[in-house]
Write a new protein. Structure first.
Length: 604
């Protein structure tokens, strides 16, 4: 590292701390405003029978602002995730060079977002939404947040030496020079824009660039290389990817998860489960599976579930003499099981992008999740041991009656959420808003652990986490837009349809376990698969991939929460994943497992 870099870093650090405070405060305030707007809309619509016409437009605009300010905070704190397995195998000098190149890619995306979103805000001046509100405030929010991200991206670059930065810039200039020369000498032989985009996507992914920026940078180069598309389309598609009222359910459920942890609802429910089943053979493992099952049905966020359950039960596993690697592996496997427990974020996203009933997907995921939970519980009992009595006694000081009452409040939230979306009384987002209010008011009154400071902190944490997730959704929208222009989904669907018609439609289901793509849902319908059957299969398959070593980012997150090296979790995790894969095959080839309950609730 050069001598100049630490001086520059030290100069920027105090101002960047203030900037981080600003973006986190902005994200949290926009989030809180959204809770107020949606809650006000729910009360006006269902209590006063007087709908608020502007509520949806305001909520979507606030969501766009919260997403990009939250993403800026995540970038500042280094919370963005990428696949670093391949980079970590390089020599130290190679890792630093690749890291500098990745930092330049992140900077390019942030600068482009700032420039193009500002242009888009100016271009849409005077245009209004259906309720008569101006369109461009959300683009101005995006531009301001992107400018903050530029500063944080510069901070990432300044972590590298001048030599590393110069080398990365030199390579980029060399590639650009080769492209320009090739275009002049033999333009007819140049690769297509989609080939360039997919190549950059693969290189950035292998280079450890955060996944959201991989998608955005690949699409940005596609637009530049293609040459006929205006740059503002990049910002427009980024905003369009999250400008939807349904997606508000994601940050709301993440907030519920953090609130449950802050007000003590999580701990009381886990302790009650331990009191009931913890003394049995494999009791601690059974407690872990059941806890993940319950919490997946409330927060909707897998990492929030893993954090809430793992922070309590992994230390307990250590005290009882269990292998912590096996405990973390079971925790991760239970998170896979929770992928279809409503209200799962992935089910919400799948329903949104594939135009499938989200309520129907929620109901369809109940029995598959129950099958996986029973399988994990059975294995835990068969191969488990009894925990030491002294470990359980140390955790059993709270009277049972008080535990039951406290847990009833937590389970009441689960019941409200499930009854709400199964009966169709309100939309998923509106139910989420009620769940947030319930967690703050009822949870705060019963458990009396919430303070103003803790509530503020939960809003900040939830906004940051939501921004991280929704930024990936926004970037994926731009990537899907480029693929659609090149008709890649149509070509892929035609190929899969032809293959399945010749080799059997169940081959399509098997291939879908390996190849993710909501874009294949129309093909599934043509082949006779119901979306409410095919959707849970996709989500479970994605969950297995998310927690599968060596590239599963969810497994890395579980290891961080459990403070266990990933090496000691690989062997037990493969056993659990094998069991879950068998369950997935049963779910895929027994449609009644996913369709019976939706049909009973009136979903087709």
């Amino acid at each position: 590292m050069s001598q100049r870099e630490p001086e520059a870093d030290a100069f920027l650090r105090p101002s960047l701390r203030r900037l981080v405070w600003f973006v986190e405060a902005a994200a949290a305030l926009l989030f809180a405003a959204n809770v107020v707007v949606v809650s006000h809309s729910v009360i006006r619509r269902y209590v006063l029978n007087s709908p608020v016409e502007w509520a949806d437009d305001v909520a979507r605009a606030l969501l766009v602002g919260m997403t990009f300010f939250g993403a800026a905070a995540a970038l500042a704190r280094g919370d963005n995730v990428g696949i670093e397995f391949f980079v970590n195998g390089l020599p130290a000098r190679g890792r630093r060079f690749v890291g500098a190149g990745g930092a330049l890619a992140v900077l390019a995306v942030t600068v482009a977002m700032a420039v193009y979103s500002l242009r888009l805000a100016i271009a849409t001046s005077g245009q209004t939404s259906g309720s008569g509100l101006p369109l461009n405030p959300s683009f101005y929010e995006m531009a301001i947040a992107s400018l903050c991200m530029v500063a944080f991206a510069m901070q990432r670059i300044l972590k590298h030496s001048i030599a590393e930065i110069f080398a990365a810039v030199a390579v980029a200039c060399f590639v650009f020079g080769v492209w320009a020369l090739w275009r002049q000498i033999a333009p007819g032989t140049m690769p297509g824009a989609i080939a360039i985009m997919l190549t950059i996507f693969a290189l950035c992914l292998l280079g450890g660039v955060p996944i959201g920026f991989v998608l955005a940078f690949s699409t940005l180069l596609f637009i530049w290389y293609q040459g006929t598309l205006p740059g503002v389309l990049f910002a427009q598609q980024m905003a369009r990817g999250i400008d939807n009222f349904v997606l508000l359910a994601i940050p709301f459920f993440i907030l519920v998860g953090y609130l449950m942890e802050a007000n003590g609802m999580s701990r009381s429910l886990i302790e009650l489960i331990r009191r009931v089943v913890g003394r049995r053979r494999g009791g601690l493992d059974v407690v872990m599976v059941l806890s993940m099952l319950f919490f997946s049905g409330v927060s909707g966020s897998k990492m929030a579930d893993v954090a809430a359950v793992g922070s309590v039960l992994i230390p307990a596993a250590r005290r009882s003499g269990q292998n912590p690697g096996n405990a973390v592996a079971l925790l991760a496997a239970s998170a896979v099981m929770g992928e279809t427990v409503p209200p799962c974020i992935n089910l919400i996203i799948l329903g949104f992008v594939a135009n499938i009933s989200i309520g129907g997907l929620f109901v369809a995921g109940v029995l598959p999740a129950s099958l996986m939970a029973l399988a994990l519980i059975a294995v835990s009992i068969i191969f488990g041991t009894r925990p030491p009595p002294e470990d359980l006694d140390a955790q059993s000081r709270t009277p049972l009656v008080k535990l039951i009452g406290s847990a009833a409040v937590s389970l009441g939230l689960v019941a409200v959420i499930f009854i709400g979306f199964s009966t169709g009384f309100a939309t998923v987002t509106e139910i989420c808003a009620f769940a947030v209010t319930y967690s703050i008011v009822v949870g705060g009154v019963v458990f009396r652990e919430l303070t103003f400071r803790s509530v503020v902190q939960t809003f900040v944490q939830s906004a940051n986490r939501s921004g991280l997730v929704l930024f990936i959704v926004a970037a994926a929208q731009t990537f899907a837009f480029a693929l659609t222009i090149e008709q890649i989904p149509h070509a892929l669907a035609a190929s899969m349809l032809e293959l399945s018609q010749s080799a059997g439609r169940w081959l399509f289901m098997v291939l879908s376990i390996v190849i993710f793509g909501p874009l294949l849902v129309p093909v599934a319908q043509q082949l006779g698969f119901k979306p409410l059957h095919y959707g849970p299969v996709l989500v479970v398959a994605m969950g297995i991939g998310l927690f599968a070593p060596p590239l599963g980012l969810g497994l890395y997150g579980s290891c961080l929460i459990g403070r266990v090296p990933i090496e000691v979790t690989v062997k037990p995790m493969m056993r659990y994943l094998g069991l879950l894969l068998l369950c997935l095959l049963v779910i895929a080839f027994v449609p009644g497992l996913t369709l019976w309950l939706p049909h009973a609730f009136g979903y087709s």
